[in-house]
Write a protein that binds this ligand. Structure first.
Ligand code: GRG
Length: 298
C-alpha cells in the first residue's frame, strides 16, 4: 500500500469516527427551535474533508491520548470550522451559493437561519470542550477553551477575515498576506495540533514542534486552496472558483504567480513533513498529509 492510500484510509476512518461523535453531540432537532438545529446538521453533515479533526486525532495519537477525548475535541473544531464556512458564504461576506458540493446553508434555509446556525455551531464548540467528558482535568479543559477562543477570535480567524475584507481595496505585501492567512486559516490548524499536545500534557519541545508543523501546514494548505481557486472547476472543487481574482483578494498566488506559488507550496509541504521526522513511523500519516496537498482536487 502506498503512503497516500494509507493516508486516505486513515482520513476516511477519522472522518467516520468524528461524524459519529458530531452526530451524538449536536442537538437533535426538536421543538420551536428545530429549524436552526436542522440547519446546523445540514451544514455539518455535508461531506467535508474533516482535515482539522484528522490533525487533532493524529497529534493526539502521537502522544497516546485517549481516543474518546480526542474525538470530542475533533468534533468541537469541526463545529467551529463549519460555522466559519456558513458565515463566510453569507451574502454580506463571500456571497456563495455552493459549498461542499451543495447549496450553501442560507440558500437551503434562509439568511437569518444561517446566521443563527453559525452562531450555534460556534457556541456548541465551547460547550463540547468544557464538558467533563472531554477531559477529567478542568485545567486542561480550560486551556482548550482558551486556545480555541484565541485561535477563532479577533487575533485569529475573525481578525484574518476582517483583514481579508479590507484587503479587497488595498495592495498588501507578501508578508502581510502571509500573516492574514496565518490568522484566517492557519490559527485553527495550529489549535488542532496544539490540542493534541494539550490533551497529551506534552512538554514544550513537542508543543513547539507540532506548532511549527501546523504553521507550515496551514500556509501550504492556504496556497493549495488559492491554487484551486485559479485552476479548478466548481464541479471538482464543490464550491465556486475564480472568485479571488474577481474580488481582488490578496493571495500568495496573486502575489507570486501560479508557478512560484506551486514551488512555495512544495517547499512548505516538505518542510512541514520534515519537522516530524523525530516521531518516526508513528507520524507517517502526518508527514504524508502536507505532501498530499500538492495534488489535492477539492
Ligand atoms: C466568517 C468568521 C468567519 C471566518 C471565515 C475560514 C474562513 C474565515 C473562510 C472560509 C473561506 C475560505 C475558502 C478560506 C480558505 C481556507 C478554507 C478554510 C477552506 C475550506 O476548508 P476545507 O477545504 O473545507 O478544509 P471542507 O469543506 O473540506 O471542510
Amino acid at each position: 500500500m502506498t503512503e497516500f492510500s494509507r493516508l486516505e484510509q486513515a482520513m476516511s476512518a477519522a472522518a467516520s469516527a468524528v461524524e459519529a461523535t458530531l452526530n451524538s453531540v449536536l442537538p437533535r432537532p426538536q421543538g420551536l427551535g428545530a429549524r436552526v438545529q436542522e440547519a446546523m446538521r445540514y451544514a455539518t453533515f455535508a461531506g467535508g474533508k474533516r482535515l482539522r479533526p484528522f490533525l487533532v486525532l493524529s497529534c493526539a495519537n502521537l502522544l497516546a491520548v485517549d481516543k474518546a477525548c480526542a474525538l470530542r475535541v475533533a468534533a468541537a473544531i469541526e463545529a467551529m470550522h463549519t460555522y466559519s464556512l456558513v458565515h463566510d458564504d453569507l451574502p454580506c461576506m463571500d456571497d456563495d451559493d455552493l459549498r461542499r458540493g451543495r447549496p450553501t446553508t442560507h440558500k437551503a434555509f434562509d439568511e437569518a437561519t444561517a446566521v443563527l446556525a453559525g452562531d450555534a455551531l460556534l457556541t456548541v464548540a465551547f460547550e463540547i470542550l468544557s464538558h467533563p467528558e472531554t477531559h477529567p482535568s478542568a485545567e486542561i479543559r480550560c486551556e482548550l477553551v482558551r486556545r480555541l477562543a484565541e485561535a477563532a477570535g479577533s487575533n485569529g480567524m475573525v481578525g484574518g477575515q476582517m483583514m481579508d475584507i479590507e484587503a479587497e481595496t488595498m495592495t498588501l505585501d507578501e508578508a502581510t498576506i502571509a500573516e492574514l492567512q496565518r490568522m484566517k486559516t492557519g490559527a485553527l490548524f495550529e489549535f488542532c495540533c496544539d490540542a493534541g499536545a494539550i490533551l497529551g500534557e506534552a512538554g514544550a519541545e513537542h508543543r513547539a514542534r507540532l506548532r511549527d508543523y501546523a504553521r507550515q501546514f496551514g500556509l501550504a494548505f492556504q496556497i493549495s486552496d488559492d491554487l484551486l481557486d485559479v485552476i479548478s472547476t466548481p464541479e471538482t472543487a464543490g464550491k465556486a472558483v475564480g472568485k479571488d481574482q474577481s474580488q481582488g483578494k490578496a493571495t500568495l498566488v496573486s502575489a507570486y504567480g501560479v508557478d512560484a506559488a506551486q514551488k512555495r507550496l512544495e517547499q512548505l509541504a516538505r518542510g512541514a513533513a520534515g519537522l516530524l521526522e523525530p516521531y518516526g513511523p508513528a507520524a507517517a500519516d502526518l508527514r504524508a498529509l502536507p505532501v498530499f496537498l500538492l495534488n489535492r482536487k477539492a
